[in-house]
Design a protein around this ligand. Structure first.
Ligand code: UTP
Length: 291
């Protein structure tokens, strides 16, 4: 029987050092772009892609994420009394969204380790991993595009993006051959973490969306600690390649690296301009700046 992707894992236990002091007491996943925490963009993407179970791997500041997706009786009561129905709808939509399960990563021991923490909740089925700080503006949503591919290949899929020039050295990069008849799909033969431009095997950079078969858990269990003494997901995927096919998928859409200050600022500007209630005045304001 064909496997279906129903579960989406959000590793959110990183230290978020690039956003200190904002991330001293709250996870970076709670930083808002306009008025929505970045993790909510990801959760909405997973739901739109057909996932109905959300698993969040948390570390410090766990309560902020839990409270966000939980019912807030006091707030709802207050909005009701004040007849703020629009705001009430927005607040209720979040808690009505889905059931979210949480698992704790006690120590930030790397992305691979965070994924491994979700093993029991995921079980023996394929699942998605979304790094919330990659906020992707796409229609259909990036994860939906990937699940459509997975439904054909039934193999693990990594989202990739074309990155030209020296910027490629900030990413994991795939070595891959194009799949005939699908100009967005590549069969992966290897992966290299942060290569120098001259050594990059392609210009296809790995970004924060994955679909993985449950075999990855056994592999992660046996993967030695890598760079920085952390359990790296890329190292495990490289080992997975010895057992199963992995595909790279060049998604269609626009990605913002909201885990980086400049990327976060750009995302804020672009998402604000997309909001009809903000656009005219914000646009005028940006144009008025003497740059
Ligand atoms: P990053 O590489 O962006 O690290 O993690 P970070 O700690 O969050 O942020 P900086 O670099 O210190 O500013 C990529 C993703 O993996 C998660 C993070 O929460 C983020 O979503 N992660 C990373 C974990 O859940 N656990 C870890 O041990 C490491």
């Amino acid at each position: 029987m064909a496997m279906r992707v129903r579960k989406a894992v959000f590793p959110a236990a990183g230290l978020g050092t690039r956003f200190l002091p904002a991330t001293k007491a709250q996870p970076k996943e709670m930083l808002p772009i306009v008025d929505k925490p970045i993790i909510q963009y990801g959760v909405e993407e997973a739901l739109a892609a057909g996932c109905d179970q959300i698993i969040i791997v948390t570390g410090r500041g766990k309560s902020a994420i839990e409270d966000h997706f939980d019912v807030s009786y006091e707030l709802e009561k207050m909005l009701e009394e004040r007849k703020k129905t629009d705001l009430l709808t927005i607040v209720r939509q979040i808690s009505d969204m889905i059931h979210v399960a949480y698992v704790r990563q006690k120590e930030a021991m790397g992305l691979g380790h965070a994924v491994l923490m979700a093993r029991e909740l995921v079980g023996n089925e394929p699942f998605a991993v979304l790094l919330a700080d990659d906020v992707i503006d796409a229609n259909p949503p990036c994860l939906k595009q990937m699940i459509d591919q997975f439904n054909q290949t039934q193999s693990s899929i990594i989202a990739t993006q074309q990155v030209d020039g020296p910027a490629i050295s900030s990413y994991g990069v795939i070595d891959a051959t194009p799949v005939k008849g699908n100009d967005r799909l590549f069969e992966v033969s290897n992966m290299v973490e942060k290569p120098r431009l001259a050594e990059a095997p392609s210009n296809l950079a790995i970004i924060g969306r994955y679909i993985l078969t449950p075999t990855i858990f056994d592999v992660l269990d046996k993967t030695p600690l890598g760079t920085g003494g952390e359990l790296q997901l890329t190292d495990a995927m490289r080992l997975l390649l010895k057992q199963e096919k992995i595909f790279g998928y060049r998604y269609e859409g626009r990605r913002h690296d909201a885990g980086d200050k400049l990327g976060f600022l750009k995302a804020t500007v672009e998402f604000a301009l997309k909001r009809p209630e903000l656009n005219p005045e914000f646009r005028d304001y940006l144009k008025s700046l003497d740059l």
